[in-house]
Design a binder for this molecule. Structure first.
Ligand code: TXA
Ligand code: MG
Length: 346
């Protein structure tokens, strides 16, 4: 399939180009587009056949449900059976933005979107291109992250092109995404809301509005596989580069010592070793040492791109410093641990 690639100005997306993309979506095609979190691969959420094409293009397991993106709050009513007060409060505070709400679904949502679950995940993105596209298409758009299944999510057009060129109708390109990690997912269908995936809206911020919030064990990646699978997408190893990823947690100096030991070990075995650090001034010796950033925001913004870059450099083993799990740090550690085959305490 031929994939068209159209560049768009983030702040002033050309209405004609948006119109072209909206028409493709309305006629059952696939369009990759930027959001403030990561790029999404969109299809008409009310068209089961269009949604099936997403699974095919991404090689996504059929039992992994997708997020439905909307432009107006009123659309939530059509997609759900009920809108609890807690949901309304969250929408008011955090939409448009990086928060996805899981609610009980209405009949109009095809089972393909929700992988046969009785619930649907909904989000209103804030990215100007995503908003313009949603408004123009005037349909809810089902969109998982625009990466091949099992790969890190895409945070720039180059990543989308690498993964999906030839597999989708159109890629809307407007540079790097802002946040760099996927949205926060919260389940509002039980009495106490459950955080299913940490992201741009932090647990601390959610608690301010909701009071009590349960944190699903998967968030801390304590149970990688198995356990109660509340969100089917949880059971897959995600965000994984080709390289082996090891995360080292603990106190600063001990972490650095352990990482260097591990790096020496794998180098001795003839491997190419990459270290990910949050200290600009460090004394690591490895094939590649990459500075992730010195604030959680910068680390989140850079992480997936750096993981992809390590693959391009054919690194065999990536060893990463853990970060504090406060605020956005919880999401960063969640993604690092999901990419990792080993988490070591120094
Ligand atoms: O930031 C984002 O959320 C991006 C952009 C494109 O919006 N999208 C994204 O989609 O990350 P995806 O498909 O890669 O991740 C969706 C997550 C998965 O973990 C999935 O299992 C969960 O949301 N999910 C979707 N529907 C669900 C449902 N009904 N119940 C529980 N979890 C659900
Ligand atoms: Mg994804």
């Amino acid at each position: 399939m031929e994939t068209k690639i159209i560049k768009l100005n983030i702040h002033k997306p050309d209405p004609q180009k948006i119109d072209f993309a909206a028409k493709i979506l309305r006629s059952g095609g696939l369009v990759a587009f930027p959001t403030e979190t990561v790029y999404g691969l969109g299809a008409n959420a009310l068209d089961a056949q269009a949604v099936r094409k997403i699974f095919k293009a991404k090689k996504r397991p059929l039992d992994n449900p997708m997020i439905v993106h909307i432009a107006e709050v009123e659309e939530v009513k059509k997609l759900t059976l009920e809108v609890p007060e807690k949901a309304s409060k969250l929408m008011k505070k955090f939409w448009p933005g990086p928060l996805t709400l899981v609610l009980r679904k209405s009949k109009i949502v095809p089972d393909e979107v929700t992988a046969n679950l009785p619930t649907v995940a909904i989000r209103m993105p804030s990215h100007p291109v995503a908003r313009a596209l949603l408004k123009r298409a005037n349909i809810p758009i089902a969109a998982p992250s625009a990466n091949l299944a099992g790969k890190p999510s895409t945070t720039s057009q180059e990543h989308v092109i690498d993964d999906l060129k030839g597999k989708v109708d159109l890629i809307l390109a407007s540079g790097k995404t802002d946040i760099g990690l996927e949205s926060t997912v919260i389940d509002l269908t039980s009495k106490t809301p459950i955080l299913l995936r940490p992201g741009g809206v932090t647990l601390e911020e959610l608690k301010e509005i909701l009071g009590k919030v349960k944190v699903h064990p998967i968030v801390k990646a304590e149970k990688k596989f198995g356990g109660e699978v509340k969100s089917p997408g949880m059971k897959y190893r995600h965000y994984a580069p080709n390289a082996r990823v090891i995360v080292v947690e603990g106190e600063g100096k001990k972490v650095q010592k352990k990482i260097q030991e591990l790096a020496n070990h794998y180098k001795k075995m003839g491997e190419k070793v990459g270290i990910l650090t949050t200290n600009k001034k460090n004394n690591y010796s490895a094939n590649i040492t990459t500075f992730l950033g010195n604030t959680p925001e910068k680390i989140a913004h850079n992480l997936f791109e750096i993981l992809r870059e390590m693959d391009k450099q054919k690194v065999d083993t990536i060893i990463a410093e853990g970060v504090e799990t406060k605020k956005l740090g919880l999401a960063i550690m969640n993604r690092l641990k999901k990419a990792a085959s080993e988490v070591i305490k120094a």
